[in-house]
Write a protein that binds this ligand. Structure first.
Ligand SMILES: [Ca+2]
Ligand SMILES: [Ca+2]
Length: 332
């Protein structure tokens, strides 16, 4: 169904079929010309045209397609169309040649590889990697990671630095990056509330509070199953008149997949009302994710949040490993 919808979505582009003809002949005698515009990787979640009677809900802001909406409003929607193949490349080849993908021996797509066909001399119906055995990951293999921190964070995935909050404290912002998921996936977040290192207060004698929320495109969200630990607490006993703090150095490998956080407490979930996120939060999809921190949202100012995501049976499609060594990147 999804594949079909993907193609119906692509057919939204056929709304762009425009009748063009030489101006010399009267309109009634002009043969129509058609312009066929085919979208690439444009599924139902990446356009905002209603193709099935339900309001379109793009998965991300980049899925808003106002010009396609305009074409749809001014033209016709052909919403029941079946592609010749559930893959884009053979479908295109079939469309421009009028020959079925099977007859073209082209039933899958493989970017960058020498083997663009399936079922060659040795036959076989399975997708084969390129001749050199290298299958590179593509953007379709990535997932979107969206995060919001009150007030700042760094994110590590499987021991590698992935994202850092580009705004230290105010204004509050959402950081969204694409990443290649590899399981088991260890997520480690260093999160900091805005607090003076000497007093634990902010803006003089105020006590500020923290909060962190995350959602990955694979369904991973923050919740009480995460681990949480404080490394900077204050002002102790909420004493803002004579503020003191408790600090503890971060373990050197707090971000590492092999770090043992079994003795850590679980994260505490907080209501959205308690965190009171600012406007950019509401422009992003955090559905299903919970606000988390340690058990003390006010006084725990630097915390590490960790989670190991298991996906038994999920193997990466790609066969490459990074040649780049980022193990010496700064970590706090
Ligand atoms: Ca605080
Ligand atoms: Ca804060």
């Amino acid at each position: 169904m999804k594949a079909r919808l993907g193609w119906t979505a692509r057919l939204a582009s056929t709304l762009g079929m425009l009748a063009l003809a030489p101006a010399a002949a009267p309109p009634s005698q002009r043969p129509p010309n058609f312009v066929f515009i085919q979208g690439e990787a444009q599924g139902p979640s990446s356009i905002s045209v209603d193709m099935d009677g339900d309001p379109a809900t793009p998965a991300r802001p980049s899925g808003l397609t106002p010009n396609l909406e305009k074409l749809a409003a001014d033209g016709m929607r052909f919403s029941d169309f079946y592609a010749s193949c559930p893959r884009c490349t053979p479908s295109r080849a079939s469309f421009v040649t009028g020959i079925s993908p099977a007859k073209l021996h082209m039933t899958y797509q493989n970017e960058g590889g020498a083997s663009r066909r399936e079922g060659g001399a040795k036959g076989g119906g399975k997708r084969k990697p390129a001749q050199d055995g290298i299958v590179k990951p593509g953007m379709e293999d990535t997932i979107r990671a969206s995060m919001y921190a009150d007030n700042w964070f760094m994110l590590y995935v499987n021991g590698k630095p992935v994202a850092v909050d580009s705004i230290d404290f105010l204004p509050h912002n959402v950081v969204a990056v694409d990443l290649l998921p590899e399981y088991p996936m260890t997520i480690a977040v260093l999160a900091k509330d805005n607090a003076d290192p000497k007093t634990g207060c902010e803006y003089g004698r105020q006590i500020g509070d923290g909060g962190f929320i995350l959602k990955f495109g694979d369904g991973t969200v923050t919740d009480a199953s995460w681990k949480a630990r404080c490394f900077f607490h204050g002002p102790v006993n909420r004493d803002t008149a004579n503020p003191t703090v408790r600090t503890e150095p971060l373990p050197a490998d707090w971000f590492a997949p092999g770090f043992d956080d079994a003795s850590w407490a679980n994260a505490t979930e907080y209501s959205q009302e308690r965190i009171d996120p600012k406007q950019p939060f509401f422009e992003h999809d955090f559905k299903g994710a919970k606000w988390i921190w340690t058990s003390d949202l006010d006084l725990d100012n630097t915390v590490v949040l960790r989670k190991r995501v298991e996906r038994p049976g999920v193997k990466p499609r790609w066969t490459t490993k990074p040649d780049l060594d980022v193990s010496n990147a700064p970590r706090s």
